[in-house]
Design a protein around this ligand. Sequence first.
Ligand code: ATP
Ligand code: ZN
Length: 283
Amino acid sequence: MLRIAIQKSGRLSDDSLKLIRECGISFISSSLKLKTESTNFPLEILFLRDDDIPGYVADGVADIGIVGQNVLVEEGMKHLSVEELGFSRCRLSLAIPKGENYTSLEDLNGKNIATSYPNLLESYLSERGIKAHIHTISGSVEIAPSIGLADAICDIVSSGSTLISNGLKEVERVFKSQAVLIANQDLSAEKKEILEKLLFRIHAVQRAQRAKYILLNAPNDKVAEISQLLPGVKSPTILPLAEEGWSSLHSVVNEDDFWEIIEKLKAAGAQGILVVPIEKMII
Ligand code: ATP
Ligand code: ZN
């Protein structure tokens, strides 16, 4: 049995549960329970505050966990990281009142900066030779300048709308973050084996998220040219259409290359192009 710690309620919770479910792991969850066990995979799920997750994993209370890199690095536990998960993307940024002038980081020398991430901020500033007074506060950091507590803040930003609504502007990006899977460093052989199985499933889910299944029709004399554009996992599947002289090609394309490929396919004579999502992908 492997024990995973995930955030009980917050910005990591839904996507963490979704990832576990997409790995085909079933469980009954209730918002009141602190712990649940999967019905079809040797996994127990603990629901905790995100800040407690790295410590519990380091101590072996939980074997693995899902947490933001911002919290992991702030707590000095970067070495526990096993896999980037691609969700809860955000950044830690410095922001100042929008009416203030800003030319460079030098402007923050000697200023008061409020943050919940004193270690990340301290190392960012000291690497750049800036000395500021860091005030550690645990929440509502964005109101600190308006109540006279600080000249600037260093806080999590995703769209930037919270900053704008508090009359602030982003001036520097300090740290880029996403959710990561972390693991205790002394897992037993049995637990390591379960973790490998879980990682295998996570990779299949991640691969599928980036890949699309593509189907198209092409005149037979264009099939060779179009096949070159569709590398697929091995090579495209080619099936004859009922209509003489035409074929159907099936393949897999990466989402990143998608629009570029579609343009080229159309130019090469492809018709009736269908693009469908893939649920899992094992290669
Ligand atoms: P807890 O009650 O568990 O301590 P919290 O209030 O500290 O929760 P959340 O606001 O739920 O934490 O954020 C959890 C993590 O989600 C953050 O550490 C960060 O990695 C990420 N995150 C925070 N804000 C955003 C955002 N706006 N967009 C995407 N991810 C975010
Ligand atoms: Zn927290």
